[in-house]
Design a protein around this ligand. Structure first.
Ligand SMILES: Nc1ncnc2c1ncn2[C@@H]1O[C@H](COP(=O)(O)OP(=O)(O)O)[C@@H](O)[C@H]1O
Ligand SMILES: [Mg+2]
Length: 588
């Protein structure tokens, strides 16, 4: 029921084409169902040898049919518009909702599954629309006219029709329930197959590196086997549906005709009325059969449409506040206050973590891999909410700001930047759509993107491939840095942003970075996460993160004096500037 309400909520958003299209359609359906009456009237005239009037009736019949055809086409033409627009509205709503969903959802989702689910859902919507708003409507009108015709005759006809409808509905409901179950089971298998396909497409290189083509093919074959079994089981439900329900209707058709014949032989009804009943039975029952097949289709699509629309119910864990604080400018002060955080209630990553960063300050985060450095950055971007404590910008809890607004103040160069399968230019300008070409190119130059773009076949118009696969890790990093240089946000997070660069390019990029950050007119608050300690010596303060807590805090010169401290250990470990990729103590 909920799904119907939902569907009609969307359909009603474009109500005028729906209403204006339905009117001619309903008139056409009434006209199309009028033929049994003509059979009766023609017979009456023929019996009375009144052939002139009979020809006139045929003429009227012809005019009505042509009119019906025209109105039907007109109705379809107009409601098609409503149908297509509604489908777009739903697709749009689903994408918007998916954008609204938090990081946790996106790290758990399977793109392959989602794509097949959305595709099936969209197909199901068209089928639903057609079956309910057209076929079901048509049948209701046919039924209405038959009931109207039968009221003038013996009650037995009406009574038999009522029993038939009831019986068929009962049997059909029972069968459709089984059918839906089988369909759900099949959909699950279908999602698995689709998910495996996408996984293989995305990880094509890993498959090749390990020469695991055959392994993957076998894995896929096993999934296909289940897929096949479930599809067969699903198909089978149609066989007994068609057998049972189909014959129920066939029997009813013959039964009513027989009843009418008996009545005719006993003189209880006239020949024209006998023909009226028979024609109705003969035209209506096949239609009913057709409708039942459509109901079967509807049942199949029900699951698809339901899962599709249920995407809209996926809870948003990181929400915008009802009344957000509007911020046009910030100073860039950051505070983590007694923050506890764990991913999906697993092991704690941050425990009672407190850190105050002044506006314009540059703070470096250091620690072993897995210590929680990137997690700190994600909390500041409000990709997740901490379980305890709060994160503040300029003294305002992040939860009081709209997410898009908050994120506009922050620029991130992620650990492993992924790009859109579009041009180099598009990917840089993504940070600031209104930027002039000159600005984009200047940022590209400062981030050393210019350097490698010159060697690309189409320069800035070169397409970078899915997720940026045609570029090297270092090139992708440079591109991501160019974005932030272009965006010039008030708060900057560099998450191992230069880890894949050679020392020469790193030096030049560092220069551009510090220039932007230390701009005396507009200093930026920054968090630099780095493996290479040489890159963070200039930071105002260095935070050493260990087991979810701050182990050490101070400037470079203070920390290296701290004998036995982690920072000092790391510093002596990496004579040439690298932390060995050890594990944090918490993971041992
Ligand atoms: N989306 C996630 N879901 C569950 N656990 C995660 C997720 N992201 C990171 N983790 C875990 O949290 C810990 C800290 O990760 P992270 O902050 O990325 O570490 P760092 O950046 O210091 O190397 C790691 O043990 C990692 O496995
Ligand atoms: Mg990290």
């Amino acid at each position: 029921m909920k799904i119907f309400l939902r569907l009609y909520h969307f359909i009603w958003l474009h109500k005028w084409p729906f209403i204006l299209g339905s009117i001619p359609m309903i008139i056409a359906m009434i006209l199309n169902n009028i033929s049994p009456f003509f059979v009766k009237w023609l017979t009456e005239n023929a019996q009375a040898q009144n052939f002139e009037q009979a020809s006139f009736l045929i003429l009227i019949f012809a005019v009505l049919l042509v009119t019906a055809n025209f109105l039907e086409n007109l109705g379809y033409f107009i409601t098609d518009k409503n149908m297509v627009r509604t489908s777009n509205t739903i697709a749009h709503a689903v994408l918007t909702h998916i954008h609204d969903l938090d990081f946790a959802y996106h790290t758990n989702k399977s793109s392959g599954k989602l794509i097949s689910l959305m595709k099936r859902g969209d197909d199901a919507f068209f089928a639903y629309y057609d079956i309910i708003n057209r076929q079901l409507l048509n049948l209701s009108i046919s039924f209405g006219m038959m009931i109207f015709a039968f009221t003038t005759l013996k009650a037995t006809y009406l009574f038999s029709v009522a029993i038939l409808v009831l019986l068929t509905a009962l049997v059909a409901t029972f069968l459709i329930k089984i059918n839906i179950k089988k369909r759900q089971a099949f959909n699950e298998a279908d999602d698995e197959v689709s998910s495996a396909r996408v996984d293989n497409l995305v990880n094509f290189d890993t498959v090749k590196y390990f020469a695991n083509e055959e392994f993957e093919q076998n894995r896929f074959a096993a999934l296909l086997k289940t897929w096949n079994q479930r599809l067969q089981a699903y198909f089978f439900t149609f066989r007994y549906f068609d057998g049972l329900v189909g014959n129920l209707i066939n029997l009813a058709l013959v039964g009513i005709m027989y009843l009418a014949l008996v009545d005719l032989s006993q003189g209880q009804i006239s020949l024209p009325d006998f023909l009226l009943v028979s024609t109705f039975a003969m035209t209506l029952f096949p239609k009913m059969m057709h409708l039942l097949f459509s109901m079967r289709e509807l049942a199949k699509k029900h699951t698809d449409l339901k899962t599709y629309l249920e995407l809209l119910d996926e809870p948003i864990k990181v929400n915008d506040p009802e009344q957000a604080k509007a911020l046009s400018k910030i100073d860039g002060e950051i505070e983590f206050k007694e923050v506890d955080f764990a991913y999906e209630n697993k092991q704690a990553i941050l425990r009672d973590f407190s850190l105050h960063i002044r506006a314009g300050e540059v703070v470096a985060l250091v620690g072993f891999s897995g210590a929680g450095k990137s997690t700190v950055a994600k909390l500041l971007m409000r990709m997740y909410d901490p379980q305890q404590g709060e994160v503040l910008i300029d003294g305002i809890n992040l939860k009081e700001l709209r997410r898009v607004e908050l994120r506009k103040f922050i620029g991130v160069v992620p650990q492993d930047p992924l790009l859109f399968n579009n041009s180099v230019y598009f990917n840089i300008a993504y940070a600031k759509h209104q930027a002039k070409r000159q600005e984009v190119l200047a940022a590209a130059k400062a981030a050393q993107v210019d350097d490698f773009v010159r060697d690309l076949s189409a320069g800035y118009d070169t397409i970078v491939g899915e997720r940026g696969i045609k570029l090297s890790g270092g090139q992708r990093q440079r591109l991501a840095i160019a974005r932030v240089l272009l965006e010039k946000p008030k708060i900057i997070i560099m998450d191992e942003a230069t880890s894949s660069l050679d020392s020469a390019s790193e030096k030049i990029i560092q220069q551009a970075f510090w220039q932007m950050v230390r701009d005396p007119k507009d200093p930026k608050t920054s968090i630099i996460i780095a493996h290479r300690l040489s890159t963070i010596m200039q930071a105002d303060r260095i935070v050493v993160l260990d087991q979810g807590k701050i182990a050490e805090l101070g400037t470079h010169s203070q920390l290296i004096k701290n004998k036995g401290g982690i920072y000092q250990k790391l510093w002596s470990l990496q004579r040439n500037g690298f932390i060995g990729d050890g594990e944090s103590d918490s993971q041992k």
